[in-house]
Design a protein around this ligand. Structure first.
Ligand code: FMN
Length: 467
């Protein structure tokens, strides 16, 4: 299957987009059936193909899940081609595992200002800082990034240089903003390697290569769109509620993302944090209408908030976002910190915890003013009353004398913050990187120290979904 559904011409009608989505879904179903024959022995461990096949290591470092998604797709394809595939996030990789594999594929994104994804900290400090004998090892590195940042793909480039310095051989492909042509070049390269690594045993792949797919999408109907902040000084923020045309919601976990492309910009899927859990009966997201400098609405938010009508449909795909799921923090106390539409990712966790009968969580949420921007306020107040939320701090940045940001709350409440962390709490941050994400990181370092924050990152107790 090709990626043609992503390439629908710019002014395609809603009906054509829907048809394309159905076609993709039907083709995808066949593909999925084949993928099910491959067994994931663990969420991110070994994929069993034919056990005699050559071993290949697939490693990823991913902040918002794109590199992870590509790694999983490559791992499935290689598993299906007869390789013994070990799929690992970089933090689970050690020198012995690396040396014992003759071949490796790396999918590495860059975040922050040229930084490695959070979960890669251990890898950067331990493996990347040391030496390994990788002579004879063949690697292929895919670096994900965005040219708008000064340090384009710098983490992927750094790892590739390190691999070569250890004696490995192999190429690097940099991808700007998930650009299709570069991803196709990557797919072509992996297919060549697959052939070379399998040697005589290689069966040719079908001419229409289908493994590098966007996540499975299916048509959803927009059931309700509610303006959550009437009168706000900020852009209008909407709650969008979607139901699948099929009537059966796909599975997701709190922390996951919904990916969609709008008809006017079909080549650029956008991700939104999912604000609901499956038991809510709908997939919910918070979308702020963004206006460009000339006052024209942004392509995606304009379509979602004003363009499409309630009752219209759009193809949505769930994107597994392991680094922001609750995972091993499921039983820990949680400190949830966010602003604006970032409440969506935190709401998902709150709902999942309430559903699991678990309280012990502290929400620190920031917006402009208490009169117009206290969205979901009744729900939060109810959780507080019922004890699902142990603490709720709202920071209003435009509320006259009491104006403050979420990072100010963390500093004001530093004794609480320390006590919660000491009790084993995990910290989840969702919302804007500029201002909030950076400010929260600075505040945490002031209160807990750099080593304290690094320890949290190591233990997977500091998770960020910032954009
Ligand atoms: C907060 C943030 C910071 C980023 N910083 C960089 C950067 O410094 N250099 C770069 O090339 N790309 C940067 N990017 C772009 C990401 O690398 C790119 O979106 C990538 O596809 C994300 O992959 P992931 O989902 O696997 O993390 C940044 C993206 C975000 C959201």
């Amino acid at each position: 299957m090709s990626l043609d559904w992503v390439l629908t011409p710019a002014r395609v009608s809603g009906a054509a987009a829907l048809l394309a989505a159905y076609a993709a879904l039907c083709l995808r179903t066949g593909w999925m059936a084949r993928q099910r024959r491959l067994a994931f022995t663990h969420d991110s461990e070994e994929l069993a193909g034919h056990v005699q096949g050559p071993p290949v290591l697939v490693v990823f470092a991913s902040q918002t899940g794109q590199a992870e998604g590509l790694a999983r797709a490559a791992a499935r394809m290689l598993g299906g081609s007869g390789f013994r595939v070990t799929l690992l996030p970089v933090d689970r990789l050690d020198g012995a595992v690396l040396r014992s594999h003759p071949h490796s594929l790396w999918m590495l994104s860059t975040t922050g200002e040229g930084d490695a994804p959070d979960h890669a900290l251990h890898f950067v400090q331990k493996l990347l800082a040391g030496a390994q004998d990788l002579s004879g090892h063949r690697c292929q590195v895919l670096a994900l990034g965005d040219r708008e940042y000064r340090q384009f793909c710098s983490f992927g480039i750094q790892v590739h240089e390190w691999l070569l310095a250890q004696g490995a051989e192999g190429d690097l492909i940099c991808v700007d903003n998930m650009e299709r042509a570069a991803l196709q070049a990557w797919q072509g390269r992996v297919n060549e390697l697959r052939q070379a690594w399998l040697g005589q045993d290689a069966e040719a792949l079908p001419a229409q290569d289908e493994w590098l797919l966007p996540p499975a999408s299916e048509p959803f109907i927009l059931k309700r769109r509610t303006l959550l902040n009437p009168g706000s000084q900020g852009g209008p923020l909407y709650l969008l509620e979607w139901e699948p045309v099929s009537g059966r919601l796909p599975a997701w976990q709190s922390g996951d993302l919904a990916s969609l492309a709008v008809p006017a910009d079909p080549d650029r899927p956008r991700d939104y944090s999912i604000a609901s859990i499956v038991e809510d009966g709908s997939l919910q997201m918070l979308v702020r209408l963004s206006l460009r400098d000339d006052g024209i609405p942004g392509l995606a938010s304009g379509w979602l908030c004003e363009g499409m009508a309630v009752g219209d449909s759009l193809a949505l795909a769930i994107r597994q976002h392991s680094s922001f799921r609750l995972g091993e923090n499921r039983e820990r106390p949680l400190i949830l910190i966010g602003n604006g539409s970032g409440l969506a990712g935190l709401l998902g966790h709150l709902k999942a915890r309430v559903r699991a009968g678990r309280g012990d969580q502290w929400l620190v949420f920031g917006e402009r003013n208490s009169r117009h921007d206290a969205f979901c306020g009744e729900q939060l107040a109810q959780w507080l009353r019922e004890g699902w939320l142990q603490r709720l701090d709202q920071a209003w940045s435009r509320d006259g004398d009491g104006a403050r940001y979420v990072q100010d709350v963390l500093l004001q409440q530093q004794d609480q913050l320390k006590a919660w962390v000491q009790r084993g709490a995990a910290i989840y941050v969702c919302g804007s990187q500029q201002g909030m994400g950076q400010g929260v990181d600075r505040a945490l370092r002031l209160v807990l120290g750099d080593t304290g924050v690094q320890a949290l990152v190591h233990e997977g107790r500091y998770r960020r979904d910032v954009y």
